[in-house]
Write a protein that binds this ligand. Sequence first.
Ligand code: COA
Length: 263
Amino acid sequence: MIATSPYVLTEMLEHHTLLITINRPDKLNALNRKTIDDLHEVLVEAEQNKEVRCLIIKGAGEKAFVAGADIAEFAHYSVEEGKQMSAHGHFKIFNFLENYSKPTIAAIHGFALGGGLELALACHIRVATTASKLGFPEVGLGVIPGYGGTQRLAHLVGKGKAFEMILTGNMIDANDGYKWGLINHVVAPQELISKCLELAKSISTKSPTAIAAAIRAINAGYNPQLNGYEVEIEEFGKSFGTEDFKEGVGAFLEKRKPNFQGN
Ligand code: COA
């Protein structure tokens, strides 16, 4: 059983999938510091739990995935506090999620704005609905995206579209997000979780050690301090030393389905 807090609910679903719900619906699930800290604790625990092979993150209520960082909380921050807020978020959630060893899927319904869109961008896969609205309204508040949005958005959609979204603050719908490469799948609102579970089902039958290695290799290519090709060579080689590799190749040769243990 994974810990649950008032702001972050957890539920184990089929296919070794943990559903995490950001639970502040009266504030459109805005991310205050407590939510960030509680989410971090859940992520740490889920990473250590072998039963969990995939995460789905969604927002509570009908209106929003997450409508951003909590504006009321940061309204009176100083320069130092603003910097600390951004660094704390990067460390506890956004970089942490991007480098998470298990696949993470953002299930986006309604608004995904500011820190909410950044939360989705930090996940490995994004599924949205025909009712989703995505945007970076920060410049309208006199700030900029501070949880990785200026970097991860450009990585996904290119510099031109990232400039447009961040400089205008305009929202786009999920179909435009899909065309731009921001969203992996657009579904009807009632199909959101089932679509995420369909992806989770594929993930859950594969080797957890290989999946973790693939995440490290893909991310290395976006890290200026690393050479993605070299990391790929290392990770490829290391996979030959895993039990999962023996199981995967053995199962193929024996014409049976593999049963990966993640070792
Ligand atoms: N931080 C803190 N509170 C927020 C919030 C945020 N990012 N987004 C919404 N809320 C709160 C509202 O203040 C309101 O609280 P209240 O009922 O106590 O007044 C509640 O959530 C519902 O929001 P409301 O604005 O009444 O809903 P709406 O349907 O009229 O508008 C939005 C929806 C998303 C357009 C609007 O809430 C909004 O613009 N939110 C801020 C988005 C933003 O700028 N995010 C980036 C932050 S850096």
